[in-house]
Design a protein around this ligand. Structure first.
Ligand code: GDD
Ligand code: MN
Length: 415
């Protein structure tokens, strides 16, 4: 009975985390293992004893008919206390495509994935969670996308056919908040896909081979997007499933590591992102002109509602209605004129209404920042109130423009 290679990789050589162009298997690896596969799929595990057999069986039943013997499954386990690595090693006899790596003194989802890719021999590399929250059937669509020429194929929760089962509102807000933070710090990386938090994707080996990767925390995809040579991207919608066994290992530590990861990628990419890209001046001028029209709309309606010679409504009620109508006016002009190249690709009233809601949120936050800035300039720095108001409007116009461009009218690179 052929015993599968179960190598214990703790080779310090890999500390710099490079994916070798050619598979770099340890000396003495048996001939059968050094075969080059079409697909190397890494399954990072920590305390997945109850899931590992299921996922390996599902993946084998899916891949064997499609690419018989042309794939490998690489479990990378971080010495799980529940001995997931042992269960995985025991089933290698049943699943000849399975390879198991047990890391003795390292921890971390992203570094586990890279470790598995280093030991792989596939021309397409991938990652899927062991806990069945990533539906395996999506894999073939991702695989076909890369086979047809894209460099990266991402399973996304945020496009048609995507979603999360029944996440709590706080978890949804946390996930979207993390994405928004990424869009502000690292727009030209995080903004390239609709679900940069995804942990389920395939990437062409040549797109990341010989790149020095510095994985950190949970988000391996932003490392690939940030350092890989990724030209063409495909996305496939999927619904993130409920976990049946075990529990998520996400703690606040992963969110801190995510922030560190963003900043490290930001610094490693040299110039500040918004300088790196040509600043969209024409769009900004259109946006500012639309903003000016909004001031007139706001003032006119504010007069009609609150002036003693007209309806003479209360100040606050009049201001809220006039501000909201001005926001609606600005949204329509921005959607049909300022950002028309982008909204042209995002047709349909549902998508337009979603942009309107995002625009509203950004402008409302902008209004709060405007008031705070006005108070700082007028009350603290003693600047003349009208000059202070003008400065505050100018600075917040930049804020509104940039965040709306990156969030409300965001265009990704995926096909
Ligand atoms: N080797 C190793 N080491 N594996 C780990 C570690 C670790 O330190 N931490 C977690 N894993 C494995 C888990 O065993 C599981 O297979 C997978 O990584 C995901 O871990 P979860 O703890 O279940 O993450 P999640 O469900 O909250 O989030 C996942 O899905 C999101 C959406 O795709 C992760 O993949 C996130 O990165 C992803 O954004
Ligand atoms: Mn999970």
């Amino acid at each position: 009975m052929k015993v599968r290679q179960t190598r214990i990789y703790s080779n310090p050589l890999y500390k710099e985390f490079q994916i070798p162009k050619e598979p770099d298997l340890p000396k003495g690896t048996s001939k059968s293992v050094s075969k080059t596969f079409k697909l190397s799929l890494v399954i990072p595990t920590y305390n997945e004893k109850l899931n590992i057999h299921k996922i390996v069986r599902l993946l084998t039943n899916l891949l064997e008919p499609a690419i018989p013997g042309e794939y490998e499954l690489i479990v990378v386990d971080d010495n799980s206390p529940d001995e997931t690595w042992k269960v995985a090693q025991e089933i290698t006899a049943e699943y000849p495509q399975l390879k198991v790596i047990r890391r003795q003194n390292e921890r971390g989802l992203s570094s586990a994935v890279v470790r598995g890719w280093q030991a792989s021999t596939g021309e397409i590399l991938g990652v899927i969670d062991a806990d069945l929250q990533h539906p395996p059937e999506v894999l073939l669509q991702l695989f076909n996308a890369v086979r047809q020429g894209t460099d990266l194929a991402v399973a996304s929760r945020h496009i048609t056919g995507g979603g999360v089962s029944n996440w709590s509102l706080p978890r949804r807000i946390l996930s979207r908040g993390a994405q928004t933070l990424g869009l502000i710090i690292l727009p030209q990386v995080i903004g390239r896909v609709t679900d940069p938090m995804s942990g389920y994707f395939l990437v062409r080996r040549s797109a990341i081979a010989a790149k020095t990767l510095h994985p950190l925390g949970y988000k391996i995809l932003i490392e690939v997007l940030g350092r890989g040579d990724i030209q063409k991207i495909a996305e496939v919608g999927y619904v993130f499933q409920e976990r049946e066994d075990g529990e998520s290992k996400v703690t606040h530590k992963q969110y801190v590591e995510y922030l560190q990861h963003l900043i490290r990628l930001r610094l490693s990419r040299g110039k500040i992102g918004w300088l790196q890209q040509r600043f969209p001046l024409a769009q900004f001028l259109r946006f500012a002109l639309v903003g000016l029209s909004g001031v007139f709309v706001d003032m006119a309606i504010f007069y009609l509602l609150s002036d003693p010679s007209t309806l003479h409504w209360g100040l606050t009620r009049s201001k809220i209605i006039s501000a909201e109508l001005a926001i609606a006016n600005n949204f329509l002009w921005n959607d049909f004129w300022t950002f028309r190249e982008i909204s042209h690709h995002q047709k349909g009233w549902k998508k337009r209404f979603k942009r309107f809601l995002k625009f509203n949120v950004v402008c409302s936050v902008g209004l709060v920042l405007n008031v705070l800035l006005l108070n700082l300039l007028f009350n603290t720095l003693g600047i003349n109130r009208y000059l202070a108001n003008l400065l505050a409007i100018g600075l917040i116009t930049f804020w509104n423009f940039w965040i709306n461009l990156k969030l409300s009218w965001r265009s990704t690179d995926s096909e």
